[in-house]
Ligand binder design. Structure first.
Ligand SMILES: [Zn+2]
Length: 152
């Protein structure tokens, strides 16, 4: 047996119909044997399917480290983003990757304990907030950066 969500075309009533097979439904519908239990019309059709929920085991693996994502952007916007990403990569060539030492290193530079130079690295939101409160000029990068020791 197979169950179909059906909809009557005279009033839009939705109901379920059980059939031996998809072909059996088509045959009974053609012969006017399927009628709406609410108004009796035989003008019925299969209702549009509800969006299906992804099944377990059929899901995409979740990346360990999530990255910013976007969807449905027009091509012009994507081109701009691509350009910006290249500009960021270009700008960072002048900058030293300090990884997880970022908070410490940027603070040292701010207080003159370390030679001033452009740096970039990783910081938690908490660290970044603390740095900004201390007057250290840090800013989030618009695009994710692959640490040099992870790049191949
Ligand atoms: Zn109806």
């Amino acid at each position: 047996m197979i169950v179909f969500d059906l909809i009557c075309q005279s009033a839009g009533h939705r109901f379920e119909g059980w059939f031996a097979s998809s072909e059996a439904f088509a045959e009974q519908q053609r012969r006017g044997l399927v009628d709406c239990p609410h108004c009796g019309t035989t003008a019925v059709a299969k209702a549009p399917m509800a969006p299906s929920v992804p099944r377990k085991g059929n899901q995409l693996p979740v990346p360990a480290q999530s990255s910013p994502v976007a969807a449905g952007l027009p091509p012009e916007a994507l081109a701009v983003m691509e350009k910006l990403a290249k500009l960021q990569a270009e700008a960072l060539k002048q900058s030293r990757w300090v990884g997880e030492d970022f908070a410490e290193a940027s603070r040292a530079i701010h207080y003159g304990e370390r030679a001033a130079e452009p740096i970039h690295g990783q910081a938690t939101l908490e660290e970044a907030k603390d740095l900004l409160e201390e007057g250290v000029a840090v800013m989030p990068l618009p695009f994710p950066v692959v640490p040099p020791d992870q790049a191949n």
